[in-house]
Design a protein around this ligand. Structure first.
Ligand code: ASP
Length: 342
C-alpha cells in the first residue's frame, strides 16, 4: 500500500515537473503574443469628398459638415477602440455618411443626366486581398453593405446595374424607393450643371459638387480595409462608371496600406491612383506621406483629386490638390483631426 502511494506520488511529481515548464512556456508565448498585438495601433481616416468649397461658406453649413464628420469618426473609433475589426469600422462609418444627405453617397447622391441617382461602392480587405463592389445601384439603401456582402459571399468582385440589383435581391440588404435618394440641393446642382453644359466642362475651374464618402482603417490585428461610396458626378451619363467601384483606382487595400479616393473619377482611373500609391510604397520604400505627395502633387494635376490612406504602422495621410476635402482622422494615442481646408 505504502509502496503504491509513493509510486503514485512519484508519478504526480513527474507529471508536474514535465508539464510545468510547458505551461510556463505557454504563458510566455501568450505574454509575447499580447505584447505584439498591443504594439499594433489602430488608426482610421474618412473623407466626405474633395473639390472646392469657399472658406466663406455659411457658418451654419460649415458647422453641420464638421458635426457630421465628427460623428462619423466617433462610430469607427468606438469599434476600433473596443478591439473590433477595421472591416466593421469602415462599413459602419460609411453607412452613417450614406445616410447623411450632406454627402454625395446614399441619400443625397448627385443626379445623373436623366435626373436619376445611380450609386457606386466598393470595399477591400487587404488582409485577405479580397474585394466587393457594385455600380449603378438604384434601390440599395447602403451600397457599402452590398459591396461587403459581395466581397464575403460571392465568387465575383464587381456587379453592375440590373445584375447588381438582382444580386441584392438575394441578400438581406435594405431596399428603398429610388426617390429616397433625391434631395433638393442636389436637384438644384443638377439643374445648374445642365444649364452650364454638363459636368466635364466644369472640371478645369474645379467647381464640381463634392461629397463622395470613404473610410480607411487598420485595426489592432493589423488588418487594413478601405471603403468608398458615391453617387458619382453630377450629370453623369447613363451607365457611366467612375473610379470608386474600380478596385485599384478609387479603392484599394493590401497588407501595407488602405486607400480611398475622391474627385474627378476619370482622372483617378487613368492614373490607377489608389493602387499607384500602394505600389509606390512597396517598390520605392518611400513613406506613406512621401508616396501620397508624389501621387497628389506630381502624378495628378491641380484640382483633380484627394485621397485618404492609413498604413500598417498606423500612420495617416490625407491630401487633396483641389483646395478642400471634408475629412477626419484619429489614431490610437494620437490627435483627432476634423477639417475641410488646409
Ligand atoms: N470620384 C467620384 C466619381 O468620379 C466623384 C467624387 O469623388 O466626388 O464618381
Amino acid at each position: 500500500m505504502k509502496k503504491q502511494i509513493s509510486l503514485l506520488s512519484l508519478l504526480i511529481l513527474g507529471t508536474l515537473l514535465f508539464t510545468l515548464p510547458m505551461s510556463l512556456k505557454a504563458q510566455d508565448n501568450n505574454g509575447q503574443q499580447s505584447a505584439d498585438e498591443s504594439d499594433q495601433k489602430w488608426a482610421i481616416a474618412l473623407h466626405g469628398g474633395a473639390g472646392y468649397v469657399s472658406p466663406n461658406m455659411p457658418e451654419e453649413r460649415k458647422a453641420a459638415y464638421m458635426a457630421a464628420l465628427d460623428s462619423a469618426l466617433a462610430i469607427g473609433v468606438e469599434i476600433l477602440e473596443q478591439g473590433g475589426s477595421s472591416l466593421d469600422a469602415v462599413e459602419q462609418t460609411v453607412r452613417f455618411l450614406e445616410d447623411n444627405p450632406l454627402f454625395n453617397a446614399g441619400r443625397g447622391a448627385v443626379f445623373t443626366s436623366e435626373g436619376k441617382n445611380e450609386l457606386d461602392a466598393a470595399i477591400m480587405d487587404g488582409s485577405q486581398m479580397n474585394a466587393g463592389a457594385a455600380t449603378g445601384l438604384t434601390t440599395v439603401k447602403h451600397p457599402i453593405s452590398l459591396a461587403r456582402i459581395i466581397m464575403e459571399e460571392s465568387r465575383h468582385i464587381l456587379f453592375a446595374g440590373d445584375g447588381a440589383e438582382q444580386y441584392a435581391d438575394q441578400t438581406t440588404v435594405e431596399r428603398v424607393d429610388p426617390d429616397y435618394f433625391k434631395v433638393p440641393a442636389r436637384y438644384e446642382a443638377w439643374k445648374r450643371a445642365n444649364e452650364s453644359q454638363g459636368y466635364l466642362e466644369s472640371q478645369p475651374n474645379n467647381a464640381w459638387k463634392m461629397g463622395t464618402v470613404g473610410c480607411v482603417a487598420v485595426d489592432k490585428t493589423g488588418r487594413l480595409v478601405a471603403g468608398t461610396s458615391t453617387g458619382g458626378m453630377t450629370n453623369k451619363r447613363y451607365g457611366r462608371v467612375g473610379d470608386v467601384p474600380i478596385i485599384g483606382s478609387g479603392t484599394y487595400a493590401d497588407e501595407q496600406v488602405a486607400v480611398s479616393a475622391t474627385g474627378w473619377g476619370e482622372r483617378i482611373m487613368l492614373n490607377v491612383s489608389a493602387h499607384r500609391l500602394a505600389s509606390h510604397i512597396r517598390y520605392t520604400g518611400a513613406s506613406l506621406q512621401e508616396s501620397m505627395n508624389h501621387l497628389v502633387y506630381e502624378i495628378l494635376n491641380e484640382g483633380e483629386a484627394g485621397f485618404i490612406a492609413v498604413d500598417r504602422q498606423g500612420n495617416i495621410s490625407m491630401e487633396t490638390n483641389t483646395g478642400s476635402m471634408f475629412r477626419a482622422s484619429q489614431s490610437e494615442g494620437g490627435e483627432k483631426t476634423v477639417a475641410i481646408w488646409k
